[in-house]
Design a binder for this molecule. Structure first.
Ligand SMILES: [Zn+2]
Length: 664
């Protein structure tokens, strides 16, 4: 069953669900995984019955006697050539005797296929069995399939998979299989996306054979473009995970005449919408309310890619530019082709849990509040969120901190390239555990509060490695890790290989000094190496405000606005944020003067994690003022224990600095 397993794993690709870390994640991933695994088990069971049993098809309604029963013991086929040297012979196949006896033209046609005639190798055996089984039980389908030009010469992996998919569909519904075999794009050479489409039709048949029958006749499958493949993958997941929504989509009045190319991009969002906000489906199928903005781009490595943004309300014109930039930066940094050729982005309240965005594998959903260009905090983080979700096309199904950390790093790299934002941590430091080994021990799920540490510790180990190894060596090692994650290992039900810390160490060591790699990983993984605080700013403070004849007189941290100064406090005593308080004096005449400030928070692990803007406005008639600013963990997150500092800058000059220690 090795080949069958490979096929099934491939189908799992669409089950990926990954979320942006700027808000906490939901639980859809876990549920999806469990359900998909159940489905896989069911497909596996079918194939075991087919391949492992001499009496094929346990579930078929076709009333043909099983070959072993009807093949007479006296059967003596004429002119049987002796088995060629290359492999086993047609006669060794499960249904051979039956076919020679009852369907001689089918037997002859199979025997004459070039890759059968020259001996059946182990790679070809399963497909040979599948063909004889089709011939034994589904004559019409067999004849439509066996004459395809791509079945005449050797067998490519895509062709092996296509034959198997047709058999799976035939076992469920002969009419559906006939329609699939008749699809125009199956008549010439088979491409990878065509294989993926037939596999999805087979998996849909596993859950809903009538669904495959209907979908195979729909206009969007007349020719197969990238959004059509995405729509089919989305339908396949719906059929598994959400049969009620699957039926709702297939019977929706808007799609009365079937899904057209025009609607394929909308349908491609439904695997995510079905899980997170199924009430939206009616809205998304209302042509008066939904808009699709598309852009065709050509990437240096992966070639033609279709981008689409789907909305049901107003949005920002620049969002498509942000998406294109993220996709380009992503491929450039990875130096490996973008793994998809369709990227659909839905701006809707259909994300996992409270996350900002989710990559559902087929398409991305981001909350509409980030589809703005108004100078707000949301507008400021929009580019990062898009780039994070795009990065998940490369990084998924690995240890959580690798997927989220890699996506955060790539988002920060993309934003550095786009707007020059300094490459620093984007997440508040982890307040739950001190290292990644402890985080793995917690075995966090998406519902756990501590799940955020997959983002914060994950991005820090990658950022630190990037700083230590330099751009060239890091990217080579990062690419090694990605390539390793793409290799099918067959040890679990997930596609590719689930990479973890040992893979990270060896992938990077192949591209850079092994001791440096090991020491840097140890710092974050088990805490056995000290943090590197060399990048923090320990220069002296210059409190003067010369442009207004003034200075910062006092700066301190407190647990309440303008409260008691604290240099140390217990996380138990300060449940919400803390405050940075500034007191300043000046003396001016004439027009008010505004002094722009930058506030930077950093942590003992050597990373600044938050940079914000503020301003002091000096006005004639006043001699000074006070300001305060919230600092510390985002709402709902725990304080990170240890040493923190917050610094205030004017054009790079340090005006104020406060250090404080958080104890348990
Ligand atoms: Zn994510």
């Amino acid at each position: 069953m090795r080949l069958a397993l490979g096929f099934l794993l491939l189908l799992l690709l669409g089950a990926l669900l990954a979320c942006n870390g700027s808000e906490s994640d939901g639980d859809a991933n876990v549920q999806a995984q469990a359900t998909i695994q159940a489905a896989i088990a069911s497909v596996n069971a079918t194939l075991e019955a087919d391949g492992g049993d001499r009496a094929p098809s346990t579930a078929t309604p076709v009333p043909i006697p099983t070959p072993t029963r009807s093949a007479p013991a006296t059967s003596t086929p004429a002119a049987q050539v002796s088995p060629p040297a290359g492999g086993s012979d047609f006669r060794a196949l499960d249904n051979a005797d039956y076919l020679l006896q009852s369907e001689p033209p089918s037997a002859r046609t199979i025997q004459e296929l070039q890759w059968i005639a020259d001996g059946i190798t182990s790679d070809e055996l399963e497909t040979a069995e599948h063909l004889t089984q089709l011939a034994a039980f589904h004559q019409e389908i067999f004849w439509s399939l066996v004459n395809k030009p791509w079945l005449q010469d050797g067998l490519a992996e895509a062709e092996i998979s296509a034959v198997k998919s047709v058999l799976i569909i035939a076992q469920r519904d002969g009419d559906a299989a006939e329609r699939v075999v008749a699809l125009r794009w199956l008549s010439d050479a088979i491409t990878d996306i065509e294989t993926s489409a037939v596999e999805d039709l087979a998996l849909i048949a596993q859950s809903d054979a009538d669904g495959t029958l209907r979908i195979a006749a729909m206009p969007f499958l007349e020719s197969l473009d990238a959004p059509d493949v995405a729509a089919l993958r989305s339908l396949q997941q719906l059929a598994f995970l959400n049969p009620r929504v699957f039926r709702q989509v297939l019977t929706h009045p808007t799609l009365r005449d079937g899904i057209t190319d025009e609607w394929a991009q909308i349908v491609a969002t439904f695997n995510g919408v079905g899980r997170t906000n199924p009430a939206l489906i009616d809205t998304l199928l209302d042509s008066e309310r939904v808009t699709v903005e598309s852009r065709a781009i050509d990437l240096p490595l992966s070639g033609a890619v279709m981008l689409a943004i789907i909305r049901t309300g107003p949005g920002a014109a620049r969002s498509m530019d942000l998406l294109e930039t993220a996709v380009r930066n992503s491929e450039e940094f990875m130096a490996a082709p973008l793994p998809v050729n369709y990227v659909g982005l839905l701006y809707e309240l259909a994300v996992a849990g409270s996350s900002a965005g989710t990559n559902f594998g087929v398409s991305i959903t981001i909350r509409p509040k980030f589809d703005v260009d108004d100078g707000s905090h949301e507008a400021d983080s929009a580019g990062h969120i898009i780039a994070h979700e795009v990065a998940h096309y490369y990084w998924n199904n690995n240890v959580d901190w690798i997927d989220e950390g890699a996506a955060e790093l790539m988002a920060s790299v993309s934003e550095l390239a786009r707007v020059g934002r300094p490459l620093d941590a984007a997440n508040y430091p982890c307040g739950y555990v001190t290292n990644l080994a402890a985080l793995e021990f917690l075995d966090t799920t998406h519902e756990s509060n501590a799940f955020v540490c997959n983002y914060s510790l994950g991005e820090r180990i990658f950022l630190d490695l990037y700083r230590r190894l330099g751009d060239d060596a890091f990217r080579q090692g990062f690419r090694n890790l990605y390539q390793r994650s793409m290799v099918e290992d067959g040890t679990d039900d997930l596609p590719g290989t689930l990479v973890e810390v040992d893979d990270l160490r060896s992938a990077l060591s192949a591209a850079a000094d092994g001791d440096t790699v090991a020491a840097t990983i140890a710092r974050w993984y088990d805490g056995s190496e000290p943090f590197d605080t060399n990048r923090l700013d320990f220069r002296a403070v210059d409190a003067a405000l010369p442009s207004v004849n003034g200075r910062i007189d006092r700066s301190y941290v407190s647990s309440a606005v303008m409260g008691q100064p604290l240099s140390q406090f217990s996380a138990r005593d300060v449940s919400g944020p803390a405050y940075l308080n500034l007191e300043y004096s000046y003396r001016i005449t004439g027009d008010p003067v505004e002094i722009p400030l930058q506030i930077v928070e950093s942590y003992q692990d050597g990373f600044a994690f938050r940079r914000r803007s503020a301003a002091i406005t000096a006005q004639e008639g006043y001699q000074g003022g006070k300001q305060w600013l919230q600092i510390g963990p985002p709402l709902g997150e725990r304080w990170a224990l240890g040493w923190h500092q917050v610094q205030v800058y004017e054009s790079g000059r340090k005006l104020a600095e406060v250090q404080y220690v958080v104890t348990p």
